[in-house]
Ligand binder design. Sequence first.
Ligand code: TA6
Length: 276
Amino acid sequence: MSAIVPDHLPRIRLDAPDGAQAEIALHGGHVLSWRTPDARERLFLSPRASFDTGAAIRGGVPVIFPQFAGLGPLPKHGLARTATWQHVDSQITAGGAAVARLRLTEDEASRSVWDYAFQLDLIVTIGGSRLDLALQVTNTDMEAYRFMAALHTYLAVQAIEDVAVEGLAGLSYRERGVDGAQPDGALRIEGEVDRIYWNVPGPLILREGAEAVKVAALGFPDVVVWNPGPALAAKLPDLDPEGYRRMLCIEAALIGAPVTLAPGANWRGTQTITAL
Ligand code: TA6
């Protein structure tokens, strides 16, 4: 990963006593890398990702807030993924997990697109075969507001054509404005997939050959499954043409029923990824 990420990019590194590691950029509050104790990288990060000010990093875990995609007047996917976050603290817990807390609050730039006061905390916990991501929104404004949010996680895969996603059968989804229902059996990725699955009741399993990863969420009712496929990948300047074969986004999302938060109130959603 060091070959991809510029040395000067401000970031923090988490090292759990068992060898699990993560790197998180302050740009976007963006988890760039997560390695399980076997040193295996579990997140996809595009070799062509841009880390420039104002750019969204292609890969890792972009934080989407307070708008998903183009579903509102803000820049695509909101303001958090291109903002500079603060590192609040890091610690090793009694149980041997490594934890970092990052924070984003309103400033002139955020107010120019969304005129509210907020505190957004991202708590990243690693240890053993687990990555826990918690996103917490606190309304520090005098007014209530509504928001959407997502953890736009890019999971690394060996070859997209060998991947199956279990746990979606029978669920309703929307894909580019068209409603559909997932048939029985696992989802296979054959070309571009860009689906919002509504009210996903349980964890998903991403299976590839003999390997599997469990993706669970709390507080985020929806799941987005995204892979650009070859045609769209060829048009994305920050993804190499074959890059789509090595990633699958499984996103914990709050889209269908945006949360309205009263002044002083907070909301929390989590995504937990476990290598099985
Ligand atoms: O979450 C899926 C999605 O909204 C897709 O429609 C696709 O555009 C993807 O996000 C990536 O968006 P980006 O702005 O990072 O290119």
